[in-house]
Design a protein around this ligand. Structure first.
Ligand SMILES: Nc1ncnc2c1ncn2[C@@H]1O[C@H](COP(=O)(O)OP(=O)(O)OP(=O)(O)O)[C@@H](O)[C@H]1O
Ligand SMILES: [Mg+2]
Length: 376
């Protein structure tokens, strides 16, 4: 799948952008603060995901603009489709999304149309950072292949917040323990569903990561990844989330009530789970070197792209924002060799990217939010 046309106007500092990207390699080149990442973000938003920079909706429209428009056409092996995102002052809460001219209920309904994988310097923290980063990684990965998943996660997060407020109220005597039942029942259903989908995803991830890590470490090290559940001790072979797993989840909430009340929040559940990585049996989070962390992060992101590719039976579009400049030459080459054949958008401040001489593509200059030149 690849983007065939991109028009952006009024998104942050971007103005009157209208480009026909190359089917393979696109380099967005410019000095700092000119709009390179903004352009990557505009493409990313068309995939239906939330901003990778956590930009609030009201900050998406340019400061001096009345309207914001992102229009993108993309092609897969079947047909060409159009996506449009639009906002207008004064109603900055509403971001209107259209797919092939039809207005969608929300931009998240775009999930599953344009499939992108993004690498940013923050992604290099996936391996080293807190479990929350890895949960977000898994949740995004799963929502890209299961359209309705992100809504379940959002609902779950909402209910956990309400349950935590209730726990505090029970502690203060203003609510009764029996009020927890209605929340717990919903949490158990959703939590079991999220666990199962994450677990199944992490199994696929484990297999792909092992193969890639073997390559990046020249066969010296073995990477294993495993889903860590705070609720279930055994997930292998289990499939019935709405009964069997949900009942066990409910029992866990009940068993843990005393501790939850003492803490004032819910201690166990998918909001506390993790993706655990080990190299040669040692916990990556505790023992890995800087270089190993980088390699694990790259391998996880590449595996995300490969699994998505397998699921959609097509290449996803790859967005690389300032990542290559953070890597040593051998890791740069590794990444580039692994995304061969896919459409890629890369931001950089100079043009020294180690693509081989045979690769062809387009270079777009960006200055002050405008495209200044093609193929400079
Ligand atoms: N809502 C907005 N309206 C106007 N300009 C904005 C808005 N939000 C961000 N910007 C501007 O966009 C610019 C940043 O663009 P961007 O992050 O794309 O830069 P960049 O080219 O990727 O730079 P770097 O090389 O440093 O990463 C900043 O100058 C910022 O002030
Ligand atoms: Mg940038």
């Amino acid at each position: 799948m690849f983007v065939t046309r991109l028009s952006v106007n009024g998104f942050k500092n971007l103005k009157n952008i209208d480009i026909v990207p190359d089917e393979r390699l696109n380099i967005l080149c410019g000095k700092n603060a000119q709009g390179k990442t903004n352009l990557i973000e505009a493409i990313w938003l068309c995939s239906g995901a939330r901003s990778f920079r956590s930009t609030k909706d009201r900050r998406m429209i340019g400061d001096d603009e009345q309207t914001m428009n992102i229009e993108l056409s993309f092609k897969n092996s079947f047909r060409e489709q159009d996506i449009k995102l639009a906002m207008a002052r004064p109603n900055l809460k509403e971001k209107n999304a259209f797919l092939n001219g039809v207005k969608l209920r929300s931009p998240s309904k775009l999930f599953g149309s344009l499939n992108c994988v993004i690498f940013t310097p923050e992604d290099l923290e996936i391996s080293k950072g807190s479990p929350e980063i890895r949960r977000q990684f898994m949740d995004l990965s799963v929502s890209q292949i299961k359209n309705s998943y992100s809504q379940v996660v959002m609902k779950y997060e909402n209910i956990i917040e309400q349950r935590n407020v209730l726990l505090k109220n029970i502690n203060m005597g203003s609510s009764d323990v029996s009020e927890l039942d209605v929340w717990d029942h919903q949490l158990a259903q959703m939590g079991a569903y999220i666990t199962l989908l994450r677990y199944n995803y992490s199994k696929k991830l484990g297999a792909v990561c092992q193969r890639l890590y073997d390559e990046i470490s020249d066969g010296r090290e073995k990477l294993e990844t495993e889903y860590y559940s705070t609720v279930f001790t055994r997930l292998e072979g289990r499939t019935d989330y709405s009964k069997d797993l949900a009942e066990e989840y409910m029992a866990c909430l009940k068993n843990n009530l005393k501790e939850d009340l003492r803490a004032g929040f819910t201690l166990k559940g998918v909001h506390r789970d993790d993706l655990v990585c080990r190299i040669n049996g040692r916990l990556v989070r505790e023992d890995a070197s800087q270089g190993q962390h980088r390699s694990v992060a790259l391998v996880l992101k590449l595996a995300q792209a490969y699994i998505l590719q397998e699921e959609i039976d097509d290449f996803p579009c790859i967005l690389l924002d300032d990542v290559l400049s953070e890597l040593d030459l051998s890791r740069q080459k590794f990444v580039i060799s692994k995304i061969h054949g896919m459409q890629v958008f890369i931001t950089c401040c100079d043009k020294n990217i180690p693509f081989d001489e045979n690769s062809h593509g387009k270079i777009f200059g960006i200055e002050n939010g405008r495209i200044t030149a093609n193929n400079i």
